[in-house]
Ligand binder design. Structure first.
Ligand code: NAD
Length: 351
């Protein structure tokens, strides 16, 4: 066994119902006196509830998906104008992404309070969109110094969005098994992430008001993101990145649709990943495990229902072939990727 593995520096506080006190402790540990809170309009009430006692100098609520550059610049200007010394982000991946965009140029520390299972809070990856093109990069300055997890903050996330967001997290685990920097440590984290997500997500859908499933899902989402940050982007993420950018598709739902197709495509050529995933799913095969989980989730099944035009398949396939990671377990060709995307567009069973 031979590998190099980096573990990223970040404190995690996980306790349901304790976001306010854990957030206050993290903000105090950073010596903050002038906090800028970033939370979307829809999460403002929730954000106010947990930031009441903090030294807040500004609240920013202009959040949209994929962080348009002009929005990042506005938030950066506001952070400077208010003499901000710590950023607190409260929300899903879009909100964390905006805080990261501010940290990227200012170096301000972030304390993240996630309210979906996207997992951006545990990665040093940033993304910015300009003229419909999304650019991503990695920078240690954007990794939040601390993450405050409180499953009670996710109770308002509707069951459908919870399922799609959970499958986005599951995709981090699956793709970590064959991504460019996959290693035994991130594979172990990914496998435990699969176990937690397959246990938690059906419970979230069955009892959306219960905390047990939400806690498992949030814990699994964190492990998934740590594994992904370490292993890098595999074929699945390259495909979703291309589709999201070309057709402006919803992030979590796109992952939910594409995942079974990539697993069926790569799995047979990646026996070790297949074995680990099947064990984590507690199923005879990884594909069977994912199919059983999806049967509980009522997640979207086709790119067609997400609004992708069928004539876009050919251009997307070309872009995926150009972006595919060199070490993917199965050869990526225009023909195989076109077939995969066509099946995902139609929502037929993965081949
Ligand atoms: P999102 O942040 O856009 O949230 C989706 C919707 O859910 C929004 O309308 C939001 O207001 C709402 N919402 C969030 N939390 C809620 C709650 N608790 N209750 C009710 N509604 C709630 O979507 P997302 O899937 O969390 O994040 C997607 C973005 O994150 C994409 O831009 C993606 O590229 C990025 N992302 C980045 C990384 C990374 O490592 N950099 C990782 C994953 C995702």
């Amino acid at each position: 066994m031979r590998f190099d593995h980096d573990t990223l520096p970040q404190r995690v506080r996980f306790a349901s119902g304790a976001a306010a006190e854990n957030l206050a402790a993290e903000v105090a540990a950073l010596g903050a006196r002038r906090v800028m809170v970033i939370a979307a309009t829809t999460e403002q009430e929730l954000a106010h509830r947990i930031t009441d006692g903090l030294p807040v100098v500004h609240r920013h609520d202009d959040v949209v998906m994929h962080v348009p550059v002009e929005m990042a610049e506005r938030a950066r200007a506001e952070a400077a104008a208010h003499g901000t010394d710590v950023l607190v982000s409260i929300g899903g991946g879009s909100t964390t992404g905006l805080a990261k965009a501010v940290a990227l140029t200012t170096g301000l520390p972030i304390v993240a309070v996630p309210t979906t299972y996207a997992g951006s809070e545990a990665t040093p990856v940033w993304g910015l969109t300009q003229d419909s093109r999304k650019t991503t990069g990695t920078d240690p300055r954007v990794l939040p110094r601390a993450v405050v997890y409180d499953a009670s903050l996710t109770l308002t996330l509707p069951a459908g969005l919870s399922a799609a967001s959970g499958l986005n997290a599951l995709a981090h685990c699956v793709d970590s098994m064959w991504a460019p920097r996959t290693d035994p440590i991130n594979q172990a984290l990914a496998a435990e992430g699969v176990r937690a997500l397959r246990t938690g997500l059906p419970l979230v859908v069955k009892e959306p008001d219960g905390l047990q499933g939400r806690e498992q899902a949030l814990y699994g989402a964190y492990l998934a993101a740590v594994a992904f940050a370490s292993a890098g982007s595999g074929l699945h993420h390259k495909i979703c990145h291309v589709l999201g950018g070309m057709f402006d598709l919803p992030h979590a739902q796109t992952h939910a649709v594409v995942l079974p197709h990539v697993l069926a495509f790569n799995g047979p050529q990646a026996p070790e990943a297949e074995r680990r995933l099947a064990a984590a799913f507690d199923a005879p095969t990884a594909n069977e495990g994912l199919a059983r989980l999806r049967a509980h989730l009522n997640a979207p099944r086709s790119l067609r229902e997400l609004g992708m035009p069928e004539e876009g398949v050919a251009a997307a396939a070309e872009a995926v072939v150009a972006a595919a990671p060199a070490g993917n377990p199965r050869a990526v060709t225009l023909e195989t990727i076109s077939g995969l995307l066509q099946a995902a567009w139609e929502g037929t069973e993965p081949r």
